[in-house]
Design a protein around this ligand. Structure first.
Ligand code: PRP
Length: 175
């Protein structure tokens, strides 16, 4: 039988859309006259990134990296591995990394370390959600959608055991 956890809407799709609009305005202003390279961290960022870039009237480009972390299903273990590298040079580029969530901060720190070595002109972070109470590594988030309590969330790209990424809202998984 398929496991059906209880899901409760935490952030509706309308609220998400308003946050995406706001973030796009902030990014659009800061990157005016630039050609930013947006780098999504797969898999979770793909829905957010798809909506965000369509609100950005900039000559931007997109790339992706994919990382995986090992350990418990609902928690990053801190052992992170790059499983899909960049396919283009980023030296001298204005790079904006796109994340769906910053939790412990281990993943984004790992990705930033990887990218920083490639000498971009600038390197910033845009995250849809942040759970600061779970932080293990200090992270600067330049553009943030929502600060969340310590609840496991799914939907809008976020998964539980690879499911629920297709849901339009962000849901808390009830215990
Ligand atoms: C999620 C999310 C972030 C990371 C954040 O990815 O997309 O990349 O966890 O957690 P952290 O701050 O504790 O490192 P996940 O490892 O679940 O993989 P996915 O993106 O493929 O779902």
């Amino acid at each position: 039988m398929v496991f059906q956890p209880q899901l409760r809407i935490l952030i509706s799709h309308d609220e998400i859309a308003r946050a995406v609009d706001r973030l796009a305005r902030e990014i659009g202003t800061d990157y005016e006259d630039k050609q930013p390279l947006l780098i999504g961290v797969l898999k979770g960022s793909f829905v957010f990134m798809a909506d965000l870039i369509r609100q950005l009237d900039l000559p931007l480009e997109v790339e992706f990296v994919k990382v995986c972390s090992y350990g418990a299903e609902q928690e990053s273990s801190g052992r992170i591995k790059l499983v899909q590298r960049l396919s283009t040079p980023i030296k001298g580029r204005d790079v904006l990394v796109i994340e769906d969530i910053v939790d412990t901060g281990m993943t984004i720190s790992f990705v930033l370390d990887y990218l920083r070595k490639k000498k971009p002109a600038s390197l910033k972070v845009c995250a849809l959600t942040d759970k600061p109470s779970r932080r293990k590594v200090s992270v600067c988030i330049d553009y943030l959608g929502f600060t969340l309590p310590d609840r496991f969330i799914v939907g809008y790209g976020l998964d539980l055991d690879q499911r629920f990424r297709n849901l339009p809202h962000i849901y808390a998984v009830e215990d």
